[in-house]
Design a protein. Structure first.
Length: 338
């Protein structure tokens, strides 16, 4: 792997199969970044436990489903290191040590902390693990001395905190850790089938792995502008979720034709939806057919993750040795786990 390229590291919480919003918001960007960066892509299974420690039985399934979608979308195990967080225990060691120097106030002030506590009130996540989420994320990033972390807007505070933790560590023990920069994904929030942000929790998604027929059926049953009772009633595309998706996926010239046709009442919703369905299935078709070959060969997916774990471990080992040395934790040497 050519290592003159700058290094980037990113991850996703192990949440299972991905949808079009995940692809637009992160995955398609990761695929592109493989050309210019030395890439580390991590399935954050420990992070999934911070909010989901009650139900762990389907974690293995969620991890595989996510990795299959990654590979189908074009993450390339020849060029990038693809691995699962818990297969590299060094993350835990670094997280523990960073925890020693991270003030509680920093954690309590992370904007998502109180927000998610409130949102998931019924789940009882008043835990040490959930509060420590950003420390673990800092460890993920700093372990690989990544200079860039491609993330959406919502993750920027976590990368900011990673910088502060690194600075504090370096101030106390010497310059060991690299302060990373967030590489902001131009964030087009993708509207879902109901016009709200596409999200699993709203049940308004088009998943990468569903069949083309399922996608077509979902689009056909989308609610459009209620003013369009009859075929020739003038419509208001700005309030229609079908138009919201056209805007993201259809060519600019088509978007303006659709807008005009809808307002004039010359374009019917049935036709408008049929066009959206064929545009989306064309976008998704290559992913879906690549996906099938990974689904058929789960052993290859396992091999990729094993190789990824070895490479990640090897890359992280050097940082951890420097960290232990800097903190004078090297009097008794322990062998590394792998
Ligand atoms: N917190 C990220 C998310 O919710 C997942 C994540 C874990 C991550 N570790 C990371 C992202 C390191 C970037 C870098 O999706
Ligand atoms: Fe929506 Fe298209 Fe119907 Fe207009 S024509 S209301 S944009 S589905």
């Amino acid at each position: 792997m050519p290592s003159e390229r700058p290094r980037m590291m990113s991850g996703m919480k192990a949440s299972g199969a991905l949808h079009l919003g995940n692809w637009m918001g992160a995955l398609s960007n990761w695929v592109r970044l493989q050309q210019d960066y030395d890439c580390f892509f991590m399935v954050a299974d420990w992070h999934a436990l911070t909010t989901g420690y009650h139900h762990t039985s389907d974690l293995p399934r969620r991890i595989s489903a996510m990795v299959v979608d990654w590979l189908a979308a074009g993450l390339d195990p020849e060029r990038a290191v693809i691995f699962v967080q818990s297969s590299v225990p060094l993350h835990a060691e670094l997280s523990l040590l960073l925890g020693m120097v991270t003030p509680l106030g920093w954690l309590e002030r992370v904007p998502s902390y109180k927000e998610i506590l409130r949102e998931l009130e019924q789940r009882d996540i008043h835990t040490y693990g959930f509060l420590g989420y950003p420390v673990l994320q800092s460890a993920d990033i700093l372990l690989y001395r990544a200079s860039a972390v491609p993330v959406g807007q919502d993750q920027v505070p976590h990368v900011e905190m990673t910088r502060e933790v690194a600075r504090r560590f370096n101030g106390l023990y010497g310059p060991v850790l690299t302060e990373p920069d967030a590489l902001l994904t131009e964030s087009k929030v993708l509207p879902g089938l109901d016009g709200r942000k596409m999200s699993k929790s709203y049940g308004n998604t088009i998943s990468l792995g569903e069949s083309n027929q399922e996608t077509v059926a979902k689009i056909r049953s989308m609610v459009t502008d209620p003013a369009r009772v009859r075929r020739h009633d003038p419509g208001h595309p700005e309030i229609c979720p079908v138009f919201g998706l056209h805007r993201v996926f259809s060519a600019d010239s088509r978007v303006s034709n659709i807008e005009t046709g809808c307002r004039a009442g010359t374009l019917g919703c049935v036709d408008c939806k049929a066009e959206l369905a064929s545009t989306l299935t064309a976008v998704l078709e290559p992913i879906r057919s690549a996906r099938q070959s990974w689904v058929d060969h789960p052993e290859r997916v396992d091999e990729i993750l094993e190789q990824g774990a070895r490479r990640a471990q090897e890359a992280g080992r050097h940082t951890m040795e420097a960290v232990r040395d800097a903190m004078h934790l090297t009097r008794v040497r322990t062998p590394d786990a792998i």
